[in-house]
Write a protein that binds this ligand. Sequence first.
Ligand code: FMN
Length: 325
Amino acid sequence: MQTRLTEMLGIQHPIIQGGMQWVGLAELASAVSNAGGLGIITGLTQPTPEDLFKEIARCREMTDKPFGVNLTILPTIKPVPYEEYALAIIDSGIKIVETAGRNPEPFLPGFKAAGITVIHKCTSIRHSLKAEKIGCDMVSVDGFECAGHPGEDDVTNLILLPLAAKRLKIPFIASGGLGDGRGLAAALAMGAEGINMGTRFMVTKEAPIHAKVKQAMVDASELDTSLIYRSLSNTARVFKNSVAQKVVEIESKPGATKFEDIQSLVAGVKGRELFDGGDLDNGIWSAGMIVGLIDDIPSCEELVHRIVADAEQIIGERLRQILPV
Ligand SMILES: Cc1cc2nc3c(=O)[nH]c(=O)nc-3n(C[C@H](O)[C@H](O)[C@H](O)COP(=O)(O)O)c2cc1C
C-alpha cells in the first residue's frame, strides 16, 4: 500500500503507533518501526529531556527504520520544560514529531528549521484547519472512540474523517477506534492516508506493560471504557475499572467537581504502578472502544502484517466484487 503517508514518512505500511504515556518506550516504538509502520516514543514518559535524548539513542540501536517522538502539550500539575524537550528532539536528529494537547505553533519554527515533519493530533475539524493554517504537515484526526482525550464535541470518525477529506488540503490520518484490516480499509475509503493506533498496540507482545493489563483488554468488550473528567471539560476515555467508576460517581454528585476531589485516584504514578505490577484497580489507564475488537496478543510484526493483508483483501476482493464489471 502506498499513500501520501508512506511516501512522506518513508515507511512501508500506512500505520502509526500513537504516543502513549508510560507505554511508548523504545521497545514498542522500534518493534512497530521494524514491522514497517511508524513507532513513536512518548517524550514526556522520560523524566527529563536528557533521558529523552538517551531513549531516542536506545531506539536507534533497536531499529534502523524511521521512528518519531510524541510531544504532548497538556496542562500539568507540575510545570514541564516543553522547550527543552523540543530541543532534545531536535538535537537528537529526529525527523518526525507527533504533537498533541494544545496548539503546537510555538514549537513549529524550531521543528521546521530542523527539517522535522509535524503531525498534529486533533479531535475536531476546526483544530485540524488551524493546524493546517499554522503549517503542520499532517493531522491525525482523533475521533470520539479514541483512548485518552477525545475533546468535548463527541463526534465519531464516521463523521470526522469525511469532513476532514472535504475541508483539509494537507494529508490526514485516521485515529481512534482502529485496530484491524476493516478499520484500515474504511479509513482509506473515507479519505485518510493511513491509521494511528494506541490501544491496539498496547495489546502486543512488545508493549512494556504487565501481562494482566493486556489480558484485561483482551477480555473487555466495547462497553468497557469510561469517560472521566467530563465535569472538568477535559474528558479522558479510560479502561472501565473500579477506580474509573469511582471517579465518574464523584463527578456525578451535585455541585462542581474540583480536581482535588479525584486527584488521589487518578495520580499518574498510580497508573504507572498498575502497568508495572498488574494490579488492575491501582489507578486508571487510557483505553479506547477498540478494546471490544481485540482478542489476542500478537507481536507488532504479526499485527501490522495482518492488518495490511486483511485491508488489501477487502479492497482488492470484497469491494471490487461489489462493482459490476
Ligand atoms: C495508554 C495510552 C496512553 C496514551 N497517552 C498519550 C499521550 O501521552 N499523548 C498523546 O498524544 N496521546 C496519548 N494517547 C492516545 C494515542 O496516541 C492515540 O491517539 C489513541 O490511542 C488513538 O485511539 P485508539 O486507542 O482507539 O487507537 C494514549 C493512548 C493510550 C492507549
